[in-house]
Ligand binder design. Structure first.
Ligand code: NAG
Ligand code: NAG
Ligand code: NAG
Ligand code: NAG
Ligand code: NAG
Ligand code: NAG
Length: 834
């Protein structure tokens, strides 16, 4: 009971209303979940990839026993090793559409880029030795058998137009059950959508007249529930179909004319004798309601369904529909269509014939001599024919969605049960997006926590299928260009106890030394995990060990950015100075907190001290970095230049070795350093080129306005995108001026149309030094680093040279940008503000 209730509550996750975009609506805060960490393509760990000679790897079929992942692609089928899909020489069947067929397809005016190929749409096991497959075959579907061992076609092709849609993108679902094939689709453009059993005889279909059972239906999934196995009443197995169709009923809700539905048929249905001949006698459908009534918000388009089988059918759940709940709807009152209600459907209140229309044949009916649907009385079949729709709607337990996300278009979902270190069973969800991201989420109590979002592909492309193998501890994702295999979890990503526990990943726990995957081999008592709150169990001392320590020394009057990048999107930065909480980050306080650090504006000597950045998450403060900031009144005496090689040696803060400087007094430099000089000059020239490019780019973006791709991407609420936003905020000409001011020769040509805010004061040569004790610098996000580099080269041209390896490039850029953002709010921030 408990299990299915929980599942039910996650029902609405599957429902996406495309008109969400641009709708003046803000989801309730607790439903709009931010993924805790964002992992970009370059940061993926343990991923494997398969990319054959073809494309459109849309169909994945996993056979966990033998460890084979079958892949249906465009013009090819593959059998990959599930343990490592990238391993050499996969078994392949090439199955292209014939040239003649392609030409015919083109002559029909079909798209030569996608439609006139053979897209594999169906691939399932037929018997112990053979698979069965269907392809669109350039708008002329074919099906055939595959000898599994040889991995080749074992026979000729069969006509596929009754089993497989013509269009590679048409909604379609199919099942091979006991060598009978059940499919649902709108096979041809002009045909009615249809749920059918077309193999072997007798073929059964849905009714089209006088009542059309399916209205422009778009199918997303189907599943068999073996209800006969444990049935005390001799019930039949049932097959469920999930789809979106045109709404027929009058509803109190706003609805954009589409509704999400579940339909079911009985497996041993044989059709009627006279009425409903070769038609289902057990077809019933009901509405799935996905809505947030308080917000007048309704999700009507079904995208994906996942079936999670439990030991008994009663406990089994479709993602996320309880079988019990659906049965409750199918056992309730029927709807009817009356002419006087404008042929809209309303509740049927008349007499219902016996045996109950639409039910499967049970022992009770057999006792009455009704051995199969063929024996059903005519009045029952007449009723079935006119009343396919149920009155009851299937609601989620919480009467609300589990998750609502703006600007993310989910395409596929898969789920599995995970036992946490506390012994509880959690529901882990893998949700794919239309841009090729995979979100790993866990349901804790009745809320969803997105542990991380992973960018699976460099090129944005929709996730088309997700399959999970607990045996291989892998999740496989198919898309347009590749199949990706990822570990179910990557606990090693979390380097500290706090990080491990705050992640709230049921797979991961801290064993005292590292973040490990919870397996049955572990003594659970020795593992630290806090699924409910993500805070209990770590010692403060363990965090102190991880703290970065840095020293900085700056001139009074300078602006200083003390960088602090938090790995978690859910953490907020807090700062202390000498152990005291820094209060009031307003304009007058002299401090400003950004998403990536603390800006000390016009530093004064009394502001020297030890600054500590703390990440506040789940109510726990975790120290991240400590800066010893020294603010000096006078220009320090410059010591003799140390050899260049010590530049990188940041491990000795006491060594007085300042980063190399190409000061105007370079006649004092040694010959060796002169060499360096020339090299640097070359770098400077290169740098200037880069600077000009950057300026051009900036100008380009400014001319494009804020609708460019940066601001678009900024809406994605990802941290790095926020940073892009930072840059685009500076695009009203000001950033350009700011940059130009750094290069004196160019500054004069800058069009000063309006009074400019004060430029950030140029740092005095060598006024900033930084050393890191022991730890390497945290890597800033890629884009910032890129911009940071170009900025540093810019500074070189100003004679204010720093080593190209000088690590705080990014800080310098951030400083300028922070300053800019702070002094000129050029326009209102993007929607992305959380
Ligand atoms: C196949 O992949 C290409 C991109 O590689 C994409 O444009 C096309 O829409 C895909 N076709 C189907 C049917 O998914
Ligand atoms: C499986 O089906 C194929 C195709 O009908 C047939 O050739 C083969 O003999 C069958 N195998 C078994 C074990 O029944
Ligand atoms: C139903 O099956 C039983 C036993 O198999 C048989 O005796 C009976 O005649 C059948 N009834 C009909 C109507 O076919
Ligand atoms: C768990 O223990 C079994 C046997 O004791 C061993 O075969 C297996 O590899 C272990 N698994 C892990 C993940 O250590
Ligand atoms: C925890 O681990 C230690 C050694 O790693 C072991 O001696 C101890 O028995 C474990 N505790 C439990 C409760 O299993
Ligand atoms: C850094 O300096 C210390 C002491 O000055 C020295 O022992 C160490 O080898 C140096 N490291 C590198 C990488 O140069």
């Amino acid at each position: 009971m408990e299990t299915h209730r929980e599942w039910l509550s996650s029902l609405l996750l599957l429902c996406v209303l495309p008109s969400l975009y641009g709708y003046p609506f803000r989801p309730p805060l607790d439903l709009d979940v931010t993924p805790r960490t964002t992992i970009y393509f370059t940061g993926l760990l343990g991923g494997r990839r398969f990319r054959g000679s073809s494309m459109n790897y849309s169909l994945l079929v996993l056979e966990d026993g033998p460890g084979v992942l079958y892949v249906g692609a465009r013009g090819a089928l593959f059998a990959l090793q599930a343990s490592d899909i990238s391993s050499a020489s996969p078994k392949t069947i090439d199955w292209e559409a014939s040239e003649e067929q392609m030409n015919q397809c083109l002559n029909k005016g079909k798209d030569s880029k996608t439609e006139c190929y053979n897209h594999i749409r169906f691939l399932q096991r037929f018997n112990s030795t053979h698979l069965y497959t269907c392809g669109t075959h350039a708008f002329s579907p074919l099906c055939t058998y595959i000898d599994e061992r040889e991995f080749r076609f074992s026979s000729g092709f069969e006509e596929g137009r009754e089993k497989c849609p013509y269009d590679p993108t048409k909604g379609y679902t199919g099942l091979l059950i006991d060598q009978q094939m059940y499919t649902a689709s709108q096979y041809e453009f002009r045909s009615f959508p249809d749920i059918r059993r077309n193999y072997p005889n007798p073929t059964l279909k849905t009714e089209e007249a006088p009542t059309q059972w399916l209205q422009d239906a778009d199918f997303v999934g189907s599943a068999l529930v073996r209800e006969s196995l444990s049935s005390s009443v001799g019930d039949d197995d049932k097959i469920f179909f999930f789809f979106t169709e045109k709404s027929e009923e009058l509803t109190p809700y706003f609805s954009n004319n589409r509704v999400a539905r579940v339909a079911r048929v009985c497996k041993r249905d044989r059709g009627g004798l006279l009425t409903l001949q070769k038609k289902w006698t057990s077809f019933l459908k009901a509405r799935l309601v996905c809505s947030l009534p308080d917000y007048e918000f309704h999700f009507n388009v079904l995208r994906s369904v996942f079936y999670l089988e439990a030991s008994s059918p009663q406990d089994s759940v479709f993602y996320a529909y309880s079988v019990l709940e659906i049965q409750w709807a199918f056992e309730g009152p029927y709807m009817e269509s009356k002419v006087d209600s404008g042929s809209k459907w309303t509740q049927y209140t008349g007499k219902v014939p016996e045996p109950r229309p639409g039910s499967c044949i049970t022992d009770e009916l057999r006792e009455r001599g009704i051995n199969s649907s063929i024996n059903l009385p005519d009045d029952v079949l007449h009723f079935v024919r006119r009343h396919p729709l149920m009155y009851r709607q299937i609601l989620p337990q919480e009467r609300r969605p589990l998750l609502l996300k703006r600007n993310v278009d989910y395409t596929k979902i898969a789920a599995l049960h995970v036992t946490g270190a506390d012994g509880r069973i959690y529901h882990m969800l893998f949700i794919g997006t239309d841009e090729g991201w995979l979100q790993r989420a866990v349901k804790v109590k009745d809320h969803l926590h997105i542990i991380e979002e992973l960018q699976l592909f460099e090129e944005p492309q929709p996730v088309e299928s997700i399959v999970i193998s607990e045996k291989q501890r892998s999740v496989y994702v198919g898309s347009h260009t590749a199949v990706v295999q990822l570990p179910l979890c990557t606990c090693s990503r979390y380097s500290s106890c706090f990080d491990c526990v705050m992640a709230r990943d049921p797979f991961c726990a801290w064993d005292g030394l590292e973040c490990v995957m919870v397996t049955s081999n572990h003594s659970r008592a020795n593992l630290t995990q806090d699924m409910f709150n993500g805070m209990v169990g770590c010692e403060r001392a363990s965090a102190d060990d991880q703290v970065l320590r840095r020293s900085r020394s700056v001139m009074a009057g300078d602006d200083v950015l003390l960088q602090c990048e938090l790995s978690s999107n859910l953490a907020t930065p807090e700062w202390t100075l000498g152990g005291q909480h820094l209060q009031g980050y307003g304009l007058d306080s002299g401090f400003r907190i950004g998403t990536d650090g603390l800006l000390v504006i016009g530093a004064q000597t009394y502001q020297s001290g030890e600054y500590c950045c703390l990440a506040l998450e789940n109510g726990v403060h975790v120290p991240v970095v400590v800066y010893s900031l020294t603010i000096r009144q006078e220009v320090p005496l410059r010591p003799t230049q140390p050899p260049l090689t010590t530049e990188n040696n940041w491990t000795s803060p006491q060594s007085n070795s300042y980063p190399t400087s190409l000061s105007p007094r370079f006649e004092f430099l040694s010959v060796r350093n002169m060499e360096t000089m020339y090299l640097s000059l070359i770098a400077i020239l290169g740098g200037l080129c880069l600077v000009l490019t950057v300026i051009l780019l900036y100008v380009g973006f400014c001319l494009q306005g804020r609708g460019g791709k940066y601001s678009l991407r900024a809406e994605k609420k990802r941290v790095a995108h926020m940073e892009l936003n930072t840059i685009s905020n500076n695009c009203n000409g000001s950033a350009r001026d700011g940059l130009l001011q750094v290069v004196p020769g160019e500054a004069a040509t800058s069009p000063n149309k309006e009074p400019l805010p004060p430029a950030p004061p140029l740092p005095a040569p060598n006024s900033e030094h930084e050393f890191i004790n022991g730890f390497s610098a945290t890597l800033p996000s890629v884009l910032r680093k890129m911009n940071g580099n170009s900025y540093v080269l810019l500074r070189q041209s100003d004679g204010d040279t720093v080593s190209p390896l000088y690590y705080s490039f990014t800080e310098e850029l951030s400083r300028i940008l922070e300053k800019r953002k702070h002094t000129l709010l050029c326009s209102k921030p993007d929607e992305s503000s959380v």
